[in-house]
Write a protein that binds this ligand. Structure first.
Ligand code: GLV
Ligand code: MN
Ligand code: MN
Length: 407
């Protein structure tokens, strides 16, 4: 699988070198270059290449039965800032490799096969993740398309510049029955496979993610002359909310829950000024939607009380919600059989969100995980041995061959 290794290394050259790790943010020059390279690769193995209305890059090969809906393999080439070389990338490049494997084996599937690089899977500057897969299934709303990033760029225009047709997104959405099956190969992004000494993971379900922007408005003032009991400090108030989120999520529930604040902006952000305004993004994840909702309710109530106690204004705006999904046991069974024929495998849930969450709203989905060294991801240290990625690709190819006959 030297070819796949080389492809991963090539994509790792399309990065913003002013940022740490292997950073390829969506809608940037580096992203564009990586996608151009991807489309060249698709062309070189005689795939039909297109960019859909939501600007997803799609390579397809025809199946023998034209009346069957396609099987789809997908993931994403964008990364978080300071991200690694594997998250999302192996799902797209692995799909390409499956096409090559099928060609080399002389196999024509009954179903057409589509390999998709979904636009902007990671949280974007527009406060939304999974932009392309949302667009494909009709979950990218007008309100979302109107959002702008900090430079004033509107999402609608960003999609157009990436080759999409924002006005057609709703007309072109795929509906139930339009995709026979969606499969995604991904790194685990956690420590379980490595610790259990398993090479492949069969995903049983994927957490839902609810994201909020919280804005806390106090009063900026002189840090030396304003007594402690006369302050309206937006940052200390925000800290209380952040710690409260941690405390609520640490409680014992019937399913695991995690809550994170990973992005904070302080204004005016000066050593001798009491912070007047803080805006931060928080997310809560669980496989149980009701749990996420209950936690957010409790936190918003805490925020209400806090705003009176500290004399600050607090608003919670929901930025996005992706729903948790459970993978159909019959799909898990077929994937498990394929995985087991290549390497020791186990079932596990996904704590990371994926494009699969969106596609699951219209089609059956399945996912295969490969191990992440030390469980690291969303950081430059993210690593998976190339031979493990190759195992995942073979299991993916074998799963597709089996599903092609029985769906
Ligand atoms: C996607 O990488 C996520 O945030 O889970
Ligand atoms: Mn990611
Ligand atoms: Mn990913």
């Amino acid at each position: 699988m030297k070819r796949l290794e080389q492809d991963i290394k090539t994509v790792a050259t399309f990065v913003d070198e002013t940022k740490p790790g292997w950073t390829r943010r969506p809608f940037t020059l580096w992203y564009k270059k990586a996608r151009e390279w991807l489309m060249e690769q698709m062309h070189s193995i005689n795939m039909e290449v297109s960019i859909d209305a939501a600007s997803n890059v799609i390579g397809s090969i025809k199946g023998s039965h034209h009346d069957l809906p396609p099987i789809m393999i997908g993931s994403h080439l964008d990364t978080v800032t300071g991200g690694g070389r594997f998250d999302g990338i192996i799902g797209v490049l692995g799909g390409l490799e499956v096409v090559r494997i099928l060609k080399e084996k002389g196999i024509q599937l009954r179903h057409s096969l589509e390999i998709v690089d979904f636009t902007a899977e990671e949280p974007s500057e527009f406060g939304i993740s999974t932009i392309g897969s949302r667009g494909m299934v009709g979950n990218l709303t007008e309100e979302m398309l109107r959002r702008n990033d900090s430079s004033g760029l509107i999402l609608r225009d960003a999609i157009r510049e990436a080759g999409g047709r924002p006005d057609d997104i709703m007309k072109m959405v795929r509906k139930k029955g339009d995709i026979a099956l969606y499969l995604e190969l991904h790194i685990e992004q956690g420590p379980v496979l490595e610790q259990m000494n398993h090479k492949l993971g069969i995903v049983t379900g994927i957490v839902g993610i609810h994201r909020y922007r919280v804005i806390v408005e106090g009063k900026p003032n002189h840090a030396g002359t304003t007594p402690m009991n006369m302050r309206q400090d937006a940052l200390t108030a925000s800290s209380e909310i952040i710690l409260q989120l941690e405390a609520i999520c640490r409680k014992q529930y019937e399913e695991p829950v995690v809550g994170t604040v990973g992005k904070v902006t302080v204004e005016p952000n000066a050593a001798n000024v009491i912070p007047g305004k803080v805006s931060f993004e928080l997310e809560v994840r669980s496989i149980e939607k009701k749990l996420i909702q209950a936690i957010m309710q409790e936190l918003i109530k805490f925020g209400d009380d806090l705003s009176k106690r500290r004399n600050v204004k607090i608003t919670f705006d929901c930025l996005s919600q992706s729903e948790p999904i459970r993978v159909d046991p019959s799909i898990q069974q077929i994937i498990e059989k394929s995985c087991m024929s290549f390497a020791p495998s186990m079932k596990l849930p996904s704590g990371a969100g994926h494009d699969a969450n969106q596609i699951a709203t219209i089609a059956p989905i399945g996912m295969i995980f490969v191990p992440s060294r030390d469980g690291r991801s969303h950081c430059p240290e993210e690593w998976t041995d190339f031979k493990d990625v190759a195992l995942g690709v073979h299991a993916l190819a074998q799963s597709i061959i089996t599903f092609d006959q029985c769906i």
